[in-house]
Design a protein around this ligand. Sequence first.
Ligand SMILES: NC(=O)c1ccc[n+]([C@@H]2O[C@H](COP(=O)([O-])OP(=O)(O)OC[C@H]3O[C@@H](n4cnc5c(N)ncnc54)[C@H](OP(=O)(O)O)[C@@H]3O)[C@@H](O)[C@H]2O)c1
Length: 455
Amino acid sequence: MEETLNDKNSDKDSRPLRIGIAGLGTVGSALVGMLEENATQIERRHGRKIQVVAVCARSRSRDRGIDISSFQWYDDPVALAGNGDVDLFVELMGGEDGPALAAVKAALAAGRPVVSANKALLASHGVELAQLAEDCGAQIGFEAAVAGGIPVIKTLREGLGAASVTRVYGILNGTCNYILTRMGQEDISFADCLKDAQELGYAEADPTFDIEGFDTAHKLAILTSLCFQCQIAADEVFVEGITAISQEDIKVAAELGYVIKLLGISQRSEQGIEQRVHPTLVRANSAIARVDNVLNAIILETDHVSELMLSGPGAGGSATAASVLADILDIARGQSIPPLGMPTGELADYRRAPMRAHKGGYYIRLDVIDVPGALAAITSRLGENGISLESVIQRPDLNHDVHSQDSDSGNGENSRTLVLITQDIIEASLRKALDQVADDGHTRGAPQVIRIESF
Ligand SMILES: NC(=O)c1ccc[n+]([C@@H]2O[C@H](COP(=O)([O-])OP(=O)(O)OC[C@H]3O[C@@H](n4cnc5c(N)ncnc54)[C@H](OP(=O)(O)O)[C@@H]3O)[C@@H](O)[C@H]2O)c1
């Protein structure tokens, strides 16, 4: 007799998938709530119950707004990962090494699939963990580790088929995007925006990781590996954060038709792969410029489907838990795809393209001592280094709200702000020219240099 699709489906494993969750904070608690609220729908749509059997956190007594009384309690995540009653281990504790790494390794070594939202862990140990998963016949899902609720990992691993990515870029940190959006809409300083972000729960008490660009770098390194089939190389990302961006930069950029965003960009060049995270001037009418507040967005440029943009919530309990759940459901269905899109043994070595070889446009803001001939001397230094300018703006009256001094240097010398927009040039030439300008003594303080992208 002919076998029907229904017959085939009925052969599938219909036992509940028993999961153990280590970490019951923002994401873990949201996941427990989501599994409970959607239990009927999950079983109807996916043909299998997802059942939480064990949990782990640091404090057993903390009120988390969820009922954990029916779950086995563990103080030790590694012991939970080794529990034979658990079919799948979910790591939602965070941390690059320590208990998260030990527990994930223990689960995989036991052939137990793992789902994690931990970008720091994946950025540092992703290849090693993917290799362990392959060796032990297990799966590791990490959709939530990059851009929270946006299914970019699935898109890269499964959606693009044979298409080849030529460049990936995006807004990967909601905290920075919130701060830069507010600074662009209101006349407030970086420090005040950061304070508001902390009060609203968009920024951590210690925001360093976000505002210095490291969080974006971790996510970018994971994306780079999936896009370019290479090793994850988080230590090789060029990183500049947003702490030096002033109202002055935001205003001048707006006058010139740009907005400033913190972008993670990865692209191939002749020298290798350029992975960089830095504030970037983008055209105000570009799609990425309109991704505001805490939203994230990723743009994949490929040979076959040209440009693909994914945008949405990059963080938050329920958005992130939804991505964790998507991974759990894929594993429950028996889906088996190499974690990094291809066997780890096939991943190419990462070859870093040096930033000094980067070619692009630049915004340069200089604090110029107001003496006759200073502007001519500066522009001729740039010219000597092959730097052509697109625009020059001189201002005696811009407010210096960050890292700058009054317009009087204290030596009786007045200064004025000079903003230069270059054509596409090589970064090494610009650095050389700016060193010479500084040596010439016509400027005060360090120049503000922001890269421009013409997306
Ligand atoms: N929050 C987001 O929007 C978001 C978005 C994308 C990805 N992620 C990632 O998701 C993961 C979890 O983030 P989260 O915001 O939910 O963190 P969180 O609110 O700080 O929660 C962390 C949880 O892990 C538990 N924990 C920490 N160390 C532990 C240890 N040694 N042993 C046992 N339990 C331990 C904590 O226990 P106690 O509760 O008892 O302290 C807490 O329940 C992180 O990797 C994060 O990068 C988060």
